[in-house]
Design a protein around this ligand. Structure first.
Ligand code: PLP
Length: 393
């Protein structure tokens, strides 16, 4: 049967493709160190698991409202007040099956054919595909290495057309780990307000911030910007709950209502048990969140200096998330590879380290390494890459 055009033009996730290949090699008994992971390597905190089990034992195993349990929406509203100082009504919040699905529903709700969404490069792999699945058109702006891979107000201004509907800001960023400062966000926000462009603020890595960096949501900057912004966030990365599939969107009531209608005909509610877990995540102790943050920071500090010693690697020190995104074009050249994809394949097959080529994030000169794995493995992986590069030079 001929498949629909919309799925034929979908690019499969590069992250998942390389992870599958690494798994295949591991299954053959080959000792691969995987630095492809997009999830924390910690268990979900026990009190969250206990709360989820308790809810099932209490008989909470039925449908909930499509946009989520009122109690979870209240817990999210309380979190937004506590962490961002922002007031949201429960009617301005939708709980989805992960932040990814909240974003998918958002694009379905706001885009008509040909509507443009500005996507900064490097981007998280799913943004362009989700926009295209909603018949929209991703319009790219390149965040340069000199500007820490962030876009400027001027670049944004130039990319706007009468079809521009939204811009995505992902801070801290996957894959670069960079954060936008309050001033940078204020400048971008000014342009969005002037042109009435919706800001999609993906804050999923909010809790993973290091050194002197602090996370600011663009919605915090002014009431006008709050109105102009849809915040996307969830428990996947903050509470190590990737498999639970709970994320949310917070913003304009009419957009949330449209998203709720869409959800009512697609997913219905996110899994009831997972919602009870998420209530415990937001209402319970936050110590585990901070412990994980500290562990990631320690790993980053330990491996960053070693990474930049590898010949041909240049890397800005990330301020958040759990990824390093070095430019390795020179390393590929030095070792005789004509492009970074081939260099990445050689890293997997010869150095036995799985990393993600930057092409999937719109940045073909880079690779993404995740430090969501033990320090011991990280150090061994960097050592392997270093030896591989020097042996080939
Ligand atoms: N946004 C970014 C930037 C991500 O990196 C991810 C997950 O990798 C998501 C959203 C999706 O998170 P979730 O697991 O809640 O769907």
């Amino acid at each position: 049967m001929k498949l629909a055009n919309r799925v034929q033009s979908l690019t499969p996730s590069t992250t998942l493709a390389i992870t599958a290949k690494a798994k295949e090699l591991k299954a053959q008994g080959i000792d691969i160190i995987g630095l492809g992971a997009g999830e924390p390597d910690y268990n979900t905190p026990q009190h969250i698991i206990d709360a989820a089990i308790q809810s099932m034992n209490d008989g909470q195993t039925k449908y909930t409202p499509s946009a989520g349990l009122p109690k979870l929406k209240e817990a999210i509203a309380a979190k937004l007040k506590r962490d961002q100082g922002l007031e949201y009504k429960t009617s301005e919040i939708l709980v989805g099956s992960g932040a990814k699905h909240a974003l998918y529903t958002l694009f379905q709700a706001i885009l008509d054919e040909g509507d443009e969404v500005i996507v900064p490069i490097p981007y998280w792999v799913s943004y362009p595909e989700q926009i295209k699945l909603a018949d929209g058109k991703p319009v790219y702006i390149v965040g340069t290495e000199e500007n820490q891979y962030k876009i400027t107000k001027e670049q944004l201004e130039q990319a706007i057309t009468e079809k521009t509907k939204a811009v995505i800001i992902n801070s801290p960023s996957n894959p670069t780990g960079m954060l936008y400062s309050r001033e940078e966000l204020a400048a971008i926000g000014e342009v969005c307000l002037a042109h009435d462009i919706l800001i999609v603020s993906d804050e999923i890595y909010e809790k993973l911030v290091y050194g002197n960096a602090t996370h600011t949501s663009i919605a915090e900057i002014s009431p006008a910007l709050k109105k102009q912004t849809i915040i996307i966030n969830g428990v996947s990365k903050s509470h190590s709950m990737t498999g639970w599939r709970i994320g949310y969107a917070a913003g304009d009531e009419s957009i949330i209502k449209a998203m709720t209608n869409l959800a009512s005909h697609s997913t219905s509610n996110p899994t009831t048990t997972a919602q009870y877990g998420a209530i415990a995540a937001y209402e319970g102790p936050q110590d585990a969140v901070e412990e994980m943050r500290q562990a990631f920071e320690e790993r980053l500090n330990k491996i960053y200096d070693k990474l930049i010693e590898i010949p041909g690697f240049s890397c800005i020190k990330p301020q958040g998330a759990f990824y390093l995104f070095p430019n390795v074009k020179r390393a590929a050249e030095l070792t005789g590879y004509s492009n970074v994809e081939d260099f990445t394949t050689a890293l997997l097959e010869e150095a036995k380290v799985a990393v993600i080529p930057g092409s999937g994030f719109g940045a073909p000169d880079n690779i993404r390494l995740s430090y969501a794995t033990s320090l011991e493995l990280l150090e061994a992986a960097i050592e392997r890459i270093h030896s591989f590069v020097t042996s080939k030079m």
